[in-house]
Design a protein around this ligand. Structure first.
Ligand SMILES: NC(=O)c1ccc[n+]([C@@H]2O[C@H](COP(=O)([O-])OP(=O)(O)OC[C@H]3O[C@@H](n4cnc5c(N)ncnc54)[C@H](OP(=O)(O)O)[C@@H]3O)[C@@H](O)[C@H]2O)c1
Length: 264
């Protein structure tokens, strides 16, 4: 795969860096000479599963002191976390990571890449509660005005191993589509290191077709999210903020800023 454009981004906090995608992101950042720092609840397990050179810091999302310590000195944040399916911890983890990071950043404008999921704007389905909390996290991040990218993967490694092409889409219109985990990780890393990815929301799948050699162009071809809009550029409109749970309304009031035009 191609090398990302040069960038000032060096030390990168990974929330979810021990997960099946986060580990690939950490390894790829190391390959590119960056310094990944992983926040984990279990540092001993993390050290066993991560390559040497990855900094491991102990903590959990519900501990503001730990998250503040984890963001100290980083140039960017990547979030690939998630509560186990069926745990019901989606508000605390899938959503909660976003306000936790915004609180810890305390107004510092760092690039943030958030991994979410396809299907967040759909209605119905058995994963609805999980996906609604992920969508709320997306919306809070957009409202924050930080230079973000939101990456929504399809289904991990679901019969996509021979597909060479990273297929970026928008509008959350694909109900089911496979994506290779390494394609998800590469898209996240490229989004982090490519200025034209800022302010954009993309779905990522794997397909048959040419590989992306021009990531800056690929992100530029995606429609930017409208500044001030909680939803992704081509998304079906989500609920009005007044219809969200109280916690989300409070977080939106605390963290919403008029976002600047995305850097391109
Ligand atoms: N499976 C699919 O096809 C698919 C498709 C689209 C999206 N997704 C989404 O992808 C997400 C994660 O995928 P994955 O497979 O990479 O993750 P994973 O292997 O399940 O790992 C979850 C990560 O979240 C972290 N985490 C969980 N609770 C935490 C807490 N309270 N504080 C700090 N960190 C916490 C874990 O860190 P520690 O355990 O080290 O603390 C771990 O790094 C899921 O949310 C899922 O909904 C999945």
């Amino acid at each position: 795969m191609t090398q990302p454009a040069p960038s000032d981004i060096n030390r990168v906090l990974l929330i979810g860096g021990t997960g099946s995608i986060g580990r690939l992101v950490a390894a790829r950042l190391l390959d590119l000479g960056r310094l990944p720092r992983v926040l984990t609840r279990d540092p001993a397990r993390a050290r066993r599963s991560l390559p040497a050179g990855v900094e491991v810091v102990a903590g959990e999302l519900a501990d503001p002191t730990a998250v503040r310590a984890a963001v100290a000195g980083v140039d960017a944040v990547v979030m690939t976390h998630g509560a186990p399916y069926g745990s019901g911890d989606y508000a605390a983890v899938d959503y909660g990571a976003v306000p936790a990071v915004l609180d810890a950043l305390d107004g510092h404008r760092l690039p943030v890449v958030l991994m979410s999921s396809i299907g967040v704007t759909a209605t119905g389905g058995q994963s609805r509660e999980l996906l609604e909390w992920k969508r709320r996290g997306e919306r809070l991040l957009r409202a924050s005005g930080l230079p973000y990218t939101i990456v929504r993967p399809g289904w991990f490694d679901a019969g996509s191993s021979s597909h060479q092409q990273v297929d970026l889409r928008q509008g959350d219109l694909t109900e089911y589509g496979p994506v290779r985990r390494d394609h998800v990780a590469e898209t996240i890393v490229q989004a982090l290191l490519t200025p034209s990815a800022r302010g954009r929301t993309v779905e990522v799948f794997s397909a048959d077709g040419p590989i992306i050699t021009d990531w800056a162009g690929a992100f530029l071809a995606a429609e930017p999210d409208r500044p001030g809009d909680l939803d992704g550029a081509r998304d079906r409109p989500g609920p009005r903020p007044e219809a969200e749970p109280e916690r989300v309304r409070t977080d939106l009031q605390r963290h919403a800023h008029i976002p600047p035009t995305p850097d391109i």
